[in-house]
Design a protein around this ligand. Sequence first.
Ligand SMILES: Cc1cc2nc3c(=O)[nH]c(=O)nc-3n(C[C@H](O)[C@H](O)[C@H](O)COP(=O)(O)OP(=O)(O)OC[C@H]3O[C@@H](n4cnc5c(N)ncnc54)[C@H](O)[C@@H]3O)c2cc1C
Length: 459
Amino acid sequence: MVKERARILVVGGGYVGMYTALRLQRKLKGELRRGEAEITVVTPDPYMTYQPFLPEAAAGSLSPRHVVVPLRRVLDRCRVLIGEATAVDHAARTATVTTLATEEEGTGARRLAYDEIVLAPGSVARTLPVPGLAEHGIGFKTVEEAIGLRNHVIEQMDIASSTRDPALRDAALTFVFVGGGYAGVEALGELEDMARQAARSYHNVGRDDMKWILVEAAGRVLPEVGEELGRHTVTELRRRNIDVRLRTRLESCADRVAVLSDGTRFPTRTVVWTAGVKPHPLLAATDLPRTPRGRLKCTPELSVEGAPHAWAAGDAAAVPDVTAEAPGAECAPNAQHAVRQARVLGDNIAHALRGEPLTTYAHRHAGSVASLGFHQGVAHVRGRKVKGYPAWVLHRAYHLSRLPTANRKARVLAEWTLSGFFAREIVSLGSLEHPRAEFELAAGGKPPEEPPRNPKGSS
Ligand SMILES: Cc1cc2nc3c(=O)[nH]c(=O)nc-3n(C[C@H](O)[C@H](O)[C@H](O)COP(=O)(O)OP(=O)(O)OC[C@H]3O[C@@H](n4cnc5c(N)ncnc54)[C@H](O)[C@@H]3O)c2cc1C
């Protein structure tokens, strides 16, 4: 039984937000039933995205609907509010929130009062002032971006197949990825694999006509899997004719020409930016303490330092890594920590409300798995290094086990099983991104001149 009625506000419906709310609705079942507690989740989308499956969604191995979890269905004892927190005044225990309705009504943002707040807005792409990036760059963090990129790649192959202009054809078939972490390597590995398979269906686009380039500022890729497997990844990608450029930066992509720091220039219509993340800008609009890198300063119990009733975890939080030998180490921003921290966080809020002692978050990094395309992968698990097909199987098995809900697991497993019998469907449904275009034309309106860069769409 909690001491008084507790209004718990969870900001963010990703890994931390969803798993914390799930834990809380289980731990506070009685309190929720008796009206002694209420949980509100504020998040811009009505679903949680399982980000490690975005590369497979982009490649068409998984349907977009199966890599997301509908929040209203799993959080059936919480209030899910679709909107964005724009500021938090913890001293006054209020969060400023905009929703679709506040936009429609023109009433301005709402202020939500809370007793406990969980800040889990995650991170955003870390961009640099590279000329042309804001106009031409494509991110890879959301399901819309993954599907938009898939449609875009297939569309470039269609452009190349139908043009008589060799310069346009060359630019359409040049794909530049910037950043050699999980997102960049997996997205490139899966999409190159898909494009290679797609090329078989074109009469005049072959796999050797395409240029796939990975640009990485450091001297290695995939730091998460260790040095040896990082080197293996580079060798494997180069074996597939992917141009991996280490210690190289993108200096400009203005006028659709990618200019690299080694002096090379690639006319291209595709620059995918996956060069790391930074904490969400919402954190700067709070009165809570942050580290110089912008994450919220947290205790090992996942409360925000010096701010009772404020909690945080995941990419937005600097949580001390109590298992590390080096003093001052923080938990890395990854899903492995986010999921585990969310469980401890949910438990600790319930403990705090009941006046019970809190649990310390301690998790030693268990290893990492990464897919490099169909039947290719690398894995570093509990000191063991695995490559190729076994690593790819490990990658799939691990992520399947982590995917929330039995329903999602069954759907993903069914799709993988089917793909063992039938080739994946390779079709660009880019027109889904402009569903009114044909009707507008028929009704005498003007068709859109330039498609938006990363519109929402699905295939
Ligand atoms: C392509 C890709 C592949 C990855 N692969 C791996 C992997 O293989 N292994 C691994 O460990 N990690 C991987 N990661 C990293 C992992 O996904 C993140 O570390 C994890 O999602 C962090 O969880 P989080 O809850 O902090 O943030 P998120 O899961 O990003 O959730 C943040 C949530 O907050 C919401 N939000 C944003 N702004 C607001 C606002 N103003 N108000 C309210 N809500 C807001 C967002 O919409 C989102 O729902 C990958 C990431 C990407 C992009």
